[in-house]
Design a binder for this molecule. Structure first.
Ligand SMILES: Cc1ncc(COP(=O)(O)O)c(CN[C@@H](CS)C(=O)O)c1O
Length: 388
């Protein structure tokens, strides 16, 4: 077997059906969707179908908005900076509550607003299971003072799923805006904005077999957003820039196909993940972070005592297996993993994390081969380890 991809939380393979649907919008229907001539207007039916698919996939109401943007990083930045701009315009202080385990696109944006604009940010800890708790939110949310609560639906490194419904409900009961970074939830587990009263939600196509470079920002009707990008009249003045028609078409079909495969992910992908996890746990001195009942069906964050995560990855890569030490965006950093630190894992453990993330394209044979390679790699690296 040439190579095995187990890094789907970083990005996923584009579904061939998605690529096929995108193709006509490069050399046949290539007009600017804002153009009034036929080259532009002929792109509208496909765009409309794509947006309908997105609304359906996240159970959004027709009156709500889904703004197409470049990625979830942009969406997260837009929501956080928009809330800050709104409080600034009203001459009110800005207090954002988020968690210690958010993606850097939330954490670093909050740190920027804190440092450069003096806003107050509360970074909620996680409990021993790695989850944000309602009690923790209750201890810090101040009605009339807190401007926004932003808690990720599922963590990209551990796969742990936060109790988003109860966190959002409590936030709304206290008249505060709620945002969730749903990048690792959409396309993996059911996401319903009729169930969860979030005001804003962000997602990204390349996490569910759509193209890299396009994302969606959901805005519940009645809420405003201050654009991050000003310019043309696209997206109702909420996000300037020519809309990337093939990418929108691709994200629309990808989110529909992902929704159609949720049961498969919950059953077959989960079974393969558990098979790999059980094999990892059969090795001495290994742990998996977070109880699998609280995790997305495709993710394992494992720690192999005595083996640096980077060394493990290098060996796996030499054997054709792709995994990661945590999130791809921090793969160059060698410091201890933030999620491990937030979970009070001891320092040695936090340097030994390896993330395996499957998808609906992962096969049983790939898992069987991966188990064989992981067993050999652990044996080899521990034999030369200075700490094991
Ligand atoms: C929870 C969460 N939130 C935001 C992002 C950013 O998505 P973009 O569309 O790439 O901007 C990601 C992407 N996480 C990848 C790359 S860092 C990972 O390896 O975990 C994410 O997982």
């Amino acid at each position: 077997m040439e190579r095995i991809y187990l890094d789907s939380n970083a990005t996923t393979v584009v579904d061939p059906l998605v690529k096929q649907a995108m193709d006509p919008f490069y050399c046949q229907m290539y007009g600017n969707p804002n153009s009034l001539h036929r080259f532009g207007t002929e792109t509208h039916p496909a765009m409309s179908i794509a947006l309908d698919r997105m609304y359906k996939a996240i159970d959004a109401d027709d009156e709500d908005d889904i703004i197409i943007n470049g990625c979830a990083t942009e969406g997260n930045n837009t929501v956080l900076k928009s809330v800050f701009m709104d409080t600034l315009a009203k001459g009110e202080p800005c207090h954002i509550i988020t968690s210690q385990i958010e993606h850097p696109s939330v954490l670093k944006t909050c740190q920027y607003l804190e440092k450069e604009h003096g806003i107050e940010v509360t970074y909620l800890p996680v409990n021993k299971d790695g989850l944000v708790t309602l009690d923790s939110l209750k201890a810090h949310l101040v009605p009339g003072k807190t401007s926004l609560v932003s808690i990720m639906w599922a963590n990209n490194e551990t796969g742990l799923i936060n109790p988003i419904k109860e966190l959002a409900e409590y936030t709304k009961q206290n008249g505060v805006l709620f945002h969730t970074d749903a990048v690792q939830a959409v396309g993996k587990i059911p996401v319903s904005l009729k169930e969860v009263p979030a005001d804003y939600l962000t997602f990204s196509a390349h996490k569910f077999h759509g193209p890299i470079g396009v994302g969606g920002m959901y805005i519940r009707h009645g809420n405003t957003i201050t654009p991050l990008l000003h310019g043309g009249e696209q997206m109702g003045h909420k996000r300037a820039g020519t809309v990337n028609v093939p990418f929108v078409v691709g994200m629309g079909l990808a989110i529909e196909l992902a929704s159609q495969h949720l049961d498969y992910i919950d059953s077959d992908v989960r079974r393969l993940r558990n098979k790999l996890e059980d094999a990892i746990l059969a090795l001495p001195d290994t742990i998996v972070i977070g109880d699998r009942k609280y995790r997305t069906p495709n993710t394992i964050l494992a720690s192999f005592k005595g083996i640096e995560g980077e060394a493990f990855l290098w060996d796996l890569n030499q054997n054709g297996i792709a995994a990661s030490t945590g999130s791809a965006c921090s793969s160059e950093e060698l410091e201890a993993d933030a999620t491990f630190q937030a979970m009070d894992m001891d320092n040695n453990l936090s340097h030994t994390g390896v993330r395996f993330s499957l998808s609906r394209f992962t096969t049983e044979e790939e898992i069987d081969v991966s188990i064989e390679v992981i067993n050999k790699t652990v044996q080899r690296l521990r034999a030369i380890s200075s700490t094991y």
